[in-house]
Design a binder for this molecule. Sequence first.
Ligand SMILES: Nc1nc2c(c(=O)[nH]1)N[C@H]1C(S)=C(S)[C@@H](COP(=O)(O)OP(=O)(O)OC[C@H]3O[C@@H](n4cnc5c(N)ncnc54)[C@H](O)[C@@H]3O)O[C@H]1N2
Ligand code: MOO
Length: 636
Amino acid sequence: MKYSYLDNKELGSAVDEFIESLRESDFYLGEEEVQVSDALDRIVSQAVFAGISAPHYYACAMDGIAVTAKDTFGATDTTPVMLKRHRDFETVDTGDPLPEDKDAVIMVEDVIVLDKDTVKIHAAASPWQHVRQIGEDICQDEMILPSNTKIEPAAIGAMLAGGIGRVKVCKKPVIGLIPTGDEIVSPRPNPKAGEIIEFNTSIFSAMAQKWGVEAKIYPIVVDNLEMIKESLVMACEECDLVVLNAGSSAGREDYASKAIEETGRVYTHGIAIRPGKPTILGIVGGKAVIGVPGYPVSGIIVMEKVVKKVLENMIKSPLSQGEKLEANLSRRVMSSLKYQEFVRMKLGKVKDRFIATPLNRGAGVVTSFVKADGLLEIPLNKEGIEVGEKVEITLLRSKEDIENTLLINGSHDPLIDQAHDLLKRKDYTKHISSSHVGSMGGIMAVKRGETHLAGIHLLDEATGEYNKAYVNRYLKNSGACIIKGVKRSQGLMVARGNPMGINDIKDLADKKARYVNRQKGSGTRVLLDYLLGISRVDEEKIYGYDREELTHLSVAVQIASGSADAGLGIYSAAKVYGLDFVPVCWERYDFITARELLDDEKVAGFAEILKSDELKAALDKLGGYETSGIGEVEYL
Ligand SMILES: Nc1nc2c(c(=O)[nH]1)N[C@H]1C(S)=C(S)[C@@H](COP(=O)(O)OP(=O)(O)OC[C@H]3O[C@@H](n4cnc5c(N)ncnc54)[C@H](O)[C@@H]3O)O[C@H]1N2
Ligand code: MOO
């Protein structure tokens, strides 16, 4: 295999060696002068010294009267001192210059006015009280900012106060982004089969924007070595750093490495990180060129861990640092000994513990980054991390946001999305994060204290009753209770017009329908098995019984796209895709929680939303729901 030719260099040393090589071609950007008022977030290239002191005169710090302190000595509660205007005092406001013969200010609150020109005071003033000395803030020639410091809002004020109007800053790097690939097309609403919408460079450009770096996106280049070389050379002339996106691995049409080699030099091809292993580090025309893998998740990681580091060295300043947080791992995470791995994580706080749950690890699943609250780094030579272990997470959102997030595990229902939207409309500081782990997964998460709520719909085959039996069985004595949800219509989703004439569970086998199932542990799977049992249909007779999807909507998508004929699911999911729906039964979908969490502001707030008329209206619109008792607590 060609892949064995890729390097597997440790991330830190690969990047450090690359930066060393870049230094030889003098990759610092130089400086330019800008107006201080336009200099937010720029990096000063030289230390900034004050031209004048601030304040540059003795300034009154309070509204009141300016006096000579010694004239007030002896004033007490019992022995007030009288002062005469223009002889002993002058009226002053905050910021006024202190009159020349005066050395203190008495606040207006401490002055008793006897008549227009006479006041009485009951306490002596000490010399220089409430007077801002010359240079109290900044002394002339004092250093306001050292070299290579980012200009924050207050620093703009300090420089202006110090008499500085223009400032020398590092030039802003411009990064060139070249998307490549025959299958890549510019964003459009209805791409054809085989066309992939180009979005990576928009992600990278937005990341650059957040770092305060300019980005220039070049036209998409097809998989043609000469054309890639041409675009690369042009970008290297026009930009300070170039990202060549996709074609980084060693497939038939992966030309990135060759294009860099033939126009400059490749220093590393292959870094021991996952995702992101086929990363290329090269130099063309003295400019850094980074071959970033095509998969978006790999791309984001390489931008963050490699491109950002190179840029930081270019402008000699850190670009952004994620806050860290300690959390308990809710699921075991496996890792390869060969790679340093970066895993997207969901975070939440249940009682006083932060809980971290790994998200989908597919390098093509860009929404895993949309859902992620943080990144877990698993070092090289480690096989994984066990459930319950404490891990350090680099945050992608603020700790406060995470503390304000209600966690819902278990089975998903669109009502959660509706409630989330209502919650955000009521209070923008609150969030809901839901993980689709099936009803049983939800019960276990409540048991382990890893979620605030779990959405469940589990039929007890013996009693025909929903949910309670399971809570009693699995959460006995652990003080769990039910927050009532809805009754919802479950049925068979089939293509519009029901072309195969599927009318019940038996028809799935009899008419050889291609079925799409839900995952083990999901309530819908339990329901199917129950229905197969009472219909005396063997699961082996169901074509596609082992094909599993994680949500009602993803089952509906498979049917709508024609890759399956039927799947069990709820009415609202069928409606979204315009599918026909053969009702099978009504089932209860409820939430369970630990009793001590009922007082938790987030849980109580969710129960309130459940009870609201707005939610009922939204559910009526979705269809297939019955909402009596929704939001009520049922103790077991
Ligand atoms: N046989 C093997 N195949 C692959 C291996 C391997 O070890 N053996 N490594 C995989 C890894 S890891 C990665 S990462 C990718 C790297 O792929 P390339 O950099 O060569 O990129 P492509 O194959 O051209 O594209 C991958 C994927 O990303 C999509 N893509 C590309 N550009 C964009 C864009 N601008 N916007 C949105 N999406 C984009 C592209 O369509 C592909 O789906 O290689 C594996 N292969
Ligand atoms: O870089 Mo690949 O993304 O390791 O999965």
